[in-house]
Design a protein around this ligand. Structure first.
Ligand SMILES: Cc1cc2nc3c(=O)[nH]c(=O)nc-3n(C[C@H](O)[C@H](O)[C@H](O)COP(=O)(O)OP(=O)(O)OC[C@H]3O[C@@H](n4cnc5c(N)ncnc54)[C@H](O)[C@@H]3O)c2cc1C
Length: 408
C-alpha cells in the first residue's frame, strides 16, 4: 500500500509579525467624536495597566479590588450620559463603549460601574424630584457615595413586575419598609440602596433611597460561593421595619412602569458588557492560539481553529453593530423595550457561545483561572441571566413582534 511521504515539520507562512488581537474589527470606536474617543482610550489604559494585572487574584478570592477605586474616581466617568448635577455627561455611545471596554478586561468591574452609574444613579436621574437629583447625584457622580439597586427578592425574580413582596407602608412623614432583596450588586459595602417596594395603600411599586449605614433594621449579608462575577459583591438585604423619610421616596415614580424605564436603559448596557466580555475572551484566546504550538505549528494556523476564531469575531462584530444602533435609537429617544430586550438577549447568547469557543481553544488551560479565559467563560453566565433572563427578553420581544403577550 502506498504511503504518503513524511512531511518535514515547518512553521507555516504567517504574515510577520502576526497581527495583535483586535476585536474592534469594524472600527466602531472611531465613530465617536475625538474627545470621547480619548476618554475610551484613557479607560482602556487604566484597565490594562491597573486592573488586568490584579483581577484574577481578586476573582479567585471572591473579593472586590478596593485598591483601584481611587483611580476610578480620577477617570471622571461618574454620571456618563447624564446632564447636569456634576455628571460627566457625554453620549449614550460613550456610556456603552466604556461598559464594553471594562468588560473586555473584567465583567465584574463593568457590572460594578453599571450598577452604580446606570441602575442606582439612573433611578434617581429618571425618577427623582429636582431636589432629590440636586442632593444625591453630585456625590454619586464624584463616587463619594456609591449605590446599588434592589429589585430582585429571594422568591421573586422574573415576576418582579407584579409580584414584589417587599412592602412600604406610609406612617406620617415616613415609610416603613419590610422585606428582602437578593443578588444586589455592591450592596455589602455601598452607601445607598434604591429599594423597590409595593406600596400597601395602592399596591403600586415605589422606589426609595435608603442610606444603608444610617437605617436601623437594614442588614446586608454577602452572597458566598458564586461561580460568576466573583469580583462584584452581591448581597442579601433584609429590612425589618426600616423607617425611610418621605423625602427619600422617588417622587416621580408611580408604578413598576417607572422601574421598567430604568431597566430599559440598563438592560441594553448589559448588551455592551456581554459584547466586551466576548471581546476579552476572544483576544486572549487568539493570542494563545498564535503562541501555542501543537504538531510543531501554532494552533492558530489550523483550519478548524481559524473556523472558531472567525465565528467568534463574527459574533462580536454583529453584537457591536447591534448595540451601537441601539445606543443611537436611545439617543434619538426612539429605543423601545423590545429594542433593548433584543440587544440584551442576542448579545448575551452570542457572548455565551463565544466564550465557550474561547475556552475550548485553550484546551485544558481553558479551565484554569490563571489563563484568564475561564473567568470570561464563567462571568458570561451571570450576564446571560441578570437584568432579565434570556426568556424574559424574548417574551418582551415576542409581544412586540406578534402583538400577543405570552407573559403568564
Ligand atoms: C450576579 C448577579 C447580579 C445581580 N444583580 C442584581 C442587582 O444588582 N439588583 C437586582 O435587583 N437583581 C440582581 N440580580 C438578579 C437578577 O436580575 C435575577 O437573577 C434575574 O432577573 C432572574 O431572576 P431569578 O434568578 O429569580 O430567576 P427566576 O425568575 O426564578 O427564573 C428561573 C428560570 O425560569 C425562567 N422563567 C421564569 N419565568 C418564566 C416565564 N414566564 N416563561 C419562561 N421562562 C420563565 C427564567 O427565564 C429562568 O430561566 C443579579 C443576579 C445575579 C446572578
Amino acid at each position: 500500500m502506498a504511503t504518503l511521504p513524511k512531511q518535514p515539520i515547518t512553521m507555516p507562512k504567517a504574515a510577520k509579525p502576526v497581527p495583535a488581537p483586535n476585536s474592534d474589527f469594524y472600527e466602531l470606536a472611531e465613530t465617536l467624536p475625538a474627545e470621547e474617543l480619548a476618554v475610551v482610550k484613557q479607560v482602556r489604559t487604566f484597565l490594562e495597566t491597573k486592573v488586568a494585572p490584579i483581577i484574577t487574584k481578586y476573582w479567585v478570592e471572591d473579593e472586590f479590588p478596593f485598591e483601584v477605586l481611587p483611580e476610578i474616581k480620577k477617570l471622571n466617568i461618574g454620571g456618563v450620559a447624564m446632564k447636569g448635577y456634576d455628571c460627566r455627561g457625554g453620549s449614550t455611545l460613550l456610556f456603552g463603549l466604556l461598559a464594553m471596554e471594562m468588560a473586555r478586561v473584567d465583567s465584574s468591574i463593568a457590572t460594578f460601574y453599571g450598577v452604580h452609574n446606570g441602575l442606582a444613579m439612573g433611578s434617581i436621574y429618571l425618577g427623582g424630584s429636582e431636589e432629590q437629583k440636586q442632593k444625591w447625584l453630585p456625590p454619586m457622580a464624584r463616587w463619594e457615595k456609591i449605590g446599588c439597586f434592589g429589585l430582585t427578592e429571594p422568591l421573586v425574580g422574573s415576576g418582579a413586575s407584579g409580584g414584589l413582596t417587599t412592602t412600604a407602608k406610609r406612617d406620617g412623614d415616613t415609610w416603613i419598609i419590610n422585606g428582602q432583596k437578593k443578588w444586589i450588586g455592591n450592596a455589602p459595602w455601598c452607601d445607598i440602596s434604591i429599594i423597590w417596594a409595593r406600596n400597601l395603600a395602592d399596591n403600586q411599586v415605589n422606589g426609595f433611597i435608603v442610606e444603608n449605614k444610617n437605617t436601623p433594621g437594614f442588614k446586608v449579608e454577602k452572597i458566598q460561593n458564586k461561580i460568576a462575577l466573583k469580583v462584584v459583591q452581591n448581597g442579601l438585604i433584609t429590612m425589618e421595619n426600616c423607617r425611610i423619610p418621605e423625602e427619600n421616596r422617588l417622587q416621580a415614580d408611580k408604578s413598576f412602569r417607572d422601574t421598567a424605564a430604568v431597566l430599559k436603559m440598563t438592560r441594553y448596557m448589559v448588551g455592551w458588557e456581554a459584547t466586551g466580555c466576548a471581546m476579552g475572551a476572544y483576544e486572549n484566546a487568539l493570542k494563545y492560539c498564535q503562541e501555542r504550538l501543537q504538531f510543531g505549528k501554532p494552533i492558530a494556523s489550523f483550519q478548524l481553529v481559524q473556523d472558531l476564531l472567525a465565528k467568534m469575531i463574527a459574533n462580536i462584530t454583529a453584537s457591536q453593530c447591534l448595540v451601537v444602533r441601539t445606543a443611537q435609537l436611545d439617543a434619538e429617544g426612539k429605543m423601545t423595550d423590545a429594542h433593548a430586550a433584543l440587544a440584551k438577549a442576542f448579545t448575551t447568547a452570542k457572548c455565551r457561545e463565544t466564550v465557550a469557543w474561547a475556552r475550548e481553544l485553550l484546551g485544558g488551560n481553558g479551565i484554569a483561572a490563571d489563563y484568564k479565559v475561564a473567568r470570561f467563560f464563567a462571568d458570561a453566565e451571570a450576564l446571560y441571566s441578570y437584568e432579565g433572563t434570556y426568556q424574559m427578553q424574548n417574551l418582551i420581544l415576542g409581544k412586540a413582534i406578534t402583538g400577543f403577550s405570552a407573559f403568564v
